[in-house]
Design a binder for this molecule. Sequence first.
Ligand SMILES: Cc1ncc(COP(=O)(O)O)c(C=O)c1O
Length: 340
Amino acid sequence: MTDYVVDESTIFETPLVELDLGLTSEATVYAKVEWFNLYDAPHGGGSVKSRIAKGMLDGAEARGDLEPGVTVIEPTSGNTGSEVARLASDRGYDVEIVMPDNAAGGKVEAVRDAGATIHFVDANRGYDAVIEECEGIIAADPDAYYRPNQYENPDNPGTHERTTAREIYEATDGDVTHFVAGVGTGGTVTGTGRGLIDLSDGDVEIVGFEPDEPLHAIDGLKYLKTGDHYHPETYDESVLDETAYVTTDDAYDRARELRERYLDRAVPIADSGKHDEATVREHLRVDDQFVVGTSAGGGAAAVAGLDEAGALADDDVVVFMLCDRGDKYADIPLWDAYLS
Ligand SMILES: Cc1ncc(COP(=O)(O)O)c(C=O)c1O
């Protein structure tokens, strides 16, 4: 356990930073730095999932679906587990998280620190086994549990529609022309996409990206292109103008490039949201390195792909997500290659 105290007021209004991705076009590229949600939490701060953890718990409490004495349970390989565990524990609920046993160490530690019980499932059994294990636990005592269910809960895309979209629209003075986000539950791209389309009267391109093959190492993303995959209800492809496919190598190369490119350089802060500039600068880097998670590298690769395809004009304004910080992945097999 750590002495970290959850401060939900740090969730939302994350800063935008301007990145030079070395594009051919002169389009402006902003990244939304999502680890500023719960930025002072141990194990890499919070993530894009702090938003939906709050949105889903607030919604459940308001509807009376979640009441004192009920245990919150969620099957997840990653960030949703740590964020639900942190927020629900802080609100006084017991929490159980069902995870594959190869989940990144930083995420496991964050769940543990929050005092949640972890049920590990053999990763070789696939992700469906994680969901089945969770459903089995609930079935044994249905009244004892509340499952937020990020794959079906409308509060997942709904939170992004209310918050992420408005934040991006306001921070770019309405100039955003492209929004690029990876697909896991699809909540980010669906909800933010809907919100931006609404705010801009349809004057924005929404681009989702997926790994280009089922066996990938881009943490947080799902491959849904072909085959009999579970399509989350939270993912509405009709919101998207385009789906891009990103290789694991490109995602890691781009993540490494961001680290190298910004090692010695101040990143321009376009809009610091609720955090002052000094705080943003302090938490932008880890040990003086700009270390992003692998799906953030995937986002940079997807933006570069648009540029290579000639889809970006010089006056375009592109926003993509830095979903989480990279240091929570330090124990995954590809990490050393990424850092070296
Ligand atoms: C690091 C990371 N990136 C991207 C995503 C995808 O976000 P969404 O589930 O909203 O599609 C996730 C979701 O788990 C994630 O953890």
